[in-house]
Design a protein around this ligand. Sequence first.
Ligand SMILES: NC(=O)c1ccc[n+]([C@@H]2O[C@H](COP(=O)([O-])OP(=O)(O)OC[C@H]3O[C@@H](n4cnc5c(N)ncnc54)[C@H](O)[C@@H]3O)[C@@H](O)[C@H]2O)c1
Length: 320
Amino acid sequence: MPKVLVTGGAGFIGSHVADLFLAKGFDVSVVDDLSTGKRGNIPEQARFHEIGVNSKEFAQLVGKERFDVIIHLAAQMDVRKSVADPVADATINILGTLNLMEALRQSGAKSRVVFSSTGGVLYGDFNKPPNVETYPKDPESPYAIAKLSIEFYLAYYGRVHNLDSIAVRFGNVYGPRQDPHGEAGVVAIFCGRILNKRPLTIFGDGLQTRDYVYVGDVARAVWLAATKPLPEKGRLDARAFNIGTGKGTSVLEIAKLLQASARTVVPLEFAPHRPGEQQDSFVDIAKAKEVLGWVPETDFPEGLAKTYAWFARESNGAAS
Ligand SMILES: NC(=O)c1ccc[n+]([C@@H]2O[C@H](COP(=O)([O-])OP(=O)(O)OC[C@H]3O[C@@H](n4cnc5c(N)ncnc54)[C@H](O)[C@@H]3O)[C@@H](O)[C@H]2O)c1
């Protein structure tokens, strides 16, 4: 049975990834320190190690178990926290990943690493979207700088130490089990507000767009990244893939679609534009289609309806 390790497997995306690998017949291990993740998200059939990615125990596990694949999702993923404390962000995100790569290098384990990067905040306002992988990068927060730094390290470990890795650059991921504090928190926040019949706050004119991609489609992209033949190792971007929908959706549109799903109307409250917020951000997904054979399958109204239904069940205490 092939073996996969999912770091951050108690989190939003990681728990869906763990579910999918179990369904594909993998032996699944999860590493998570439960700092934001929930024990209840971890599938029962997975082995769980409650440790941090900066620990010695984690490095030992990686060296000893020789997983076929390591899906590295564990991260400090709150952009605002990274601005408040860049050292803490870099410690988990950069040094935690280096702990992983050094464990592989020193043990000689041949695991493929699938790294969760970002397509949402990597390209900044430098380019006109849709952003192509090779576009110049302009990371504007310590969180985005850490993601880009890690991608440089992965390219280095590939070229110099022949370690196998791929970076999947997610758009704004949404779906069941989403935490309202993440990169794409707006969907989760709006679901909660509609359920409580409270107004939806819109910053600026609400016309700013993001690339919202359903978590089930993201898990499938991770699966393909883990199992497909990849392009030659090379420089930054050689093994990086945008995972989004190729379309931008505005916050106003989300507010409208979610209210339709809920068959409820709540007031909209407009607040001043947040300084530094990007106007438009969405990614080009041609490379993922061509090389990984991946396309998103869940259209936005369908994904939002599933997400709202999950939050509604959860608020009734009946969600699984
Ligand atoms: N959600 C998005 O829209 C989005 C977009 C782009 C990239 N990403 C990336 O995808 C990954 C998963 O994001 P998510 O939305 O599922 O977030 P999440 O917070 O739900 O999951 C992260 C998990 O990592 C765990 N964790 C945090 N620090 C850890 C540490 N030091 N050691 C071990 N475990 C630790 C947390 O407990 C949590 O379970 C992250 O790397 C994030 O940066 C997410």
